[in-house]
Design a protein around this ligand. Structure first.
Ligand code: ADP
Length: 451
């Protein structure tokens, strides 16, 4: 097992990794920017190193500073969490070059899946269906026009390097194509320094259903079931459930077998998620994330497994301690992302938290690095807490979620708490009648003011 793990992240995920390390008796090093010196992970870690000023490019994305911190503290492994450098293959190989372990898949798999066109091609070769669209990167406007005509509008233009819903544009008519391709390209260049685009048929009411995988260093792969992440705004998830309530046992079983077979053929190791759109009984692969995800706790709740501990153990060369037949899915779990944002405009709301009181009681879990008086800096992602609730049934889970949301107090900054409370009380949510456009088209467009 590792002698010391450096946590190359911040906020709730840094704390989540620290907790896993503590339970594995592995000493930890927290790195932090000057904006995070007072953070919970810095207080709880065995050691901490300030790696730079607030801007992420100078701190949490500063590879030389992070490697230097790991060398100085003699860490032998680095956990990247999600976001920041978690899907940066160059960072992963630099970590290996410095004789340390990157807790994640091989750089080769990160490169393959980091390019969404290559990921699409690979998924097809591995026997997964993809949405009708371009075979590779779009080479010209003329090619895009011809393809859109062939597959039929609406189409979606996506960035090959995409992530976080950036560089995506829906096109309903041919006359919008040129302008929207330019917009997608500029956004992709600004966000990913790569302007490559591809096209997919735009599905109007799909669900987002994803499958969690975990592979060890010896070719064994487990699939820990599915999550439904259809409640989204701006193509970003804010509410996730496990399992997806509309899949039949046969559909689930078939996909689990397909996903395991695909990952074994690929030789994938580490934690990963295969994301699909699900419409009219069909699954279409859209991308693979080669890291632990924000929503991993709902899978932990229904499987009873600690994914972060397992991820660390796999990276340390320990074989998977259980077989697919040992995995039992029990009950239902929901996660609400509590972002420090205005619940209607979604404008970030950094600042000082005044009162903070997290909910408790049976089957309620809060993953957060907040505490009374802490500050939420304006420089980073606005996700500040995750409320995860478990119930024997989806109905019980929703009742418990509503109860927990009523208990949750965060003052001093705006949060999405009022939105989540309203969602619990909405018929479509109670009936599980959701799709990826539901929040924007059916809920936000019509609801009464929240606050
Ligand atoms: P990113 O990597 O930017 O998160 P994804 O490819 O994972 O992008 O897609 C994010 C979300 O965008 C999906 O969950 C879905 O809501 C929407 N989306 C992606 N592709 C399509 C499509 N072909 N049709 C309709 N919606 C899509």
């Amino acid at each position: 097992m590792f002698k010391k793990v450096l946590i190359a992240n911040r906020g709730e995920i840094a704390l989540r990794i620290l907790r896993a390390c503590k339970e594995l008796s592995i000493p930890t090093v927290a790195i932090h920017s000057t904006a995070d010196s007072e953070s919970m992970v810095v207080r709880l870690a065995d050691e901490s190193v300030c790696i730079g000023p607030p801007a992420a490019r100078d701190s949490y994305l500063n590879i030389p500073a992070i490697l230097a911190a790991a060398e100085i503290t003699q860490a032998d492994a680095i956990h990247p969490g999600f976001g920041f450098l978690s899907e940066n293959a160059y960072f992963a190989s630099m970590v290996a070059d410095h004789a340390m372990t990157f807790i994640g898949p091989s750089p080769g798999h990160m490169i393959l899946m980091g390019d969404k066109v290559k990921a699409r091609e690979t998924a097809q070769k591995l026997g997964l269906e993809v949405i009708r669209g371009s075979d590779g990167e779009l080479a010209s406007l003329e090619e895009a026009q011809a393809l859109a005509k062939a597959i039929g509008y609406p189409v979606l233009i996506k960035a090959t390097a995409g992530g976080g819903g950036k560089g995506m544009r829906v096109i309903h008519h041919e006359h919008e194509l040129a302008e929207k391709m330019d917009m997608a390209k500029s956004e992709a260049l600004a966000s990913f320094q790569h302007g490559g685009l591809y096209m997919e048929k735009y599905l109007t009411q799909p669900r987002h259903v994803e499958f969690q995988v975990l592979g060890d260093a010896y070719g064994d792969v487990l699939c820990l079931g599915d999550r439904d992440c259809s409640v989204q705004r701006n193509h970003q998830k804010i509410w996730e459930e496990a399992p997806c309530s509309v899949l039949s046992p046969l559909e689930r079983e078939t996909m689990i077998i397909k996903v395991i077979s695909a990952m074994k053929k690929l030789g994938y190791s580490g934690a990963g998620t295969l994301e699909f759109l699900y419409e009219e009984g069909q699954f279409y692969f859209i991308e693979m994330n080669t890291r632990i995800q924000v929503e991993h706790p709902v899978t932990e709740m229904i499987t009873g497994l600690d994914l972060v501990k397992l991820q660390i153990m796999m990276a340390a060369g320990i074989p998977l301690p259980l077989r697919q037949e040992d995995i039992v899915f029990r009950g239902h779990a929901i996660e609400c992302r509590i972002n420090a944002e205005h619940p209607e405009t979604f404008c970030p709301s950094p600042g000082r938290v005044e009162a903070y009181l997290a909910p408790g009681g049976p089957f309620v879990r809060v993953d957060s690095a907040l505490f009374p008086g802490c500050s939420i800096p304006p420089f980073y992602d606005s996700l500040v807490a995750k409320l995860i609730v478990y119930g024997e049934t989806r109905d019980e889970c929703l009742q418990r979620l509503r109860r927990a949301l009523h208990e949750y107090v965060i003052t001093g900054v705006d949060t999405l708490l009022p939105l989540h409370l309203r969602l619990c009380e909405t018929q479509a949510v109670q009936e599980g009648n959701l799709h990826v456009k539901w929040l924007e088209q059916c809920f936000l467009a019509h609801h009464a003011p929240l606050i």
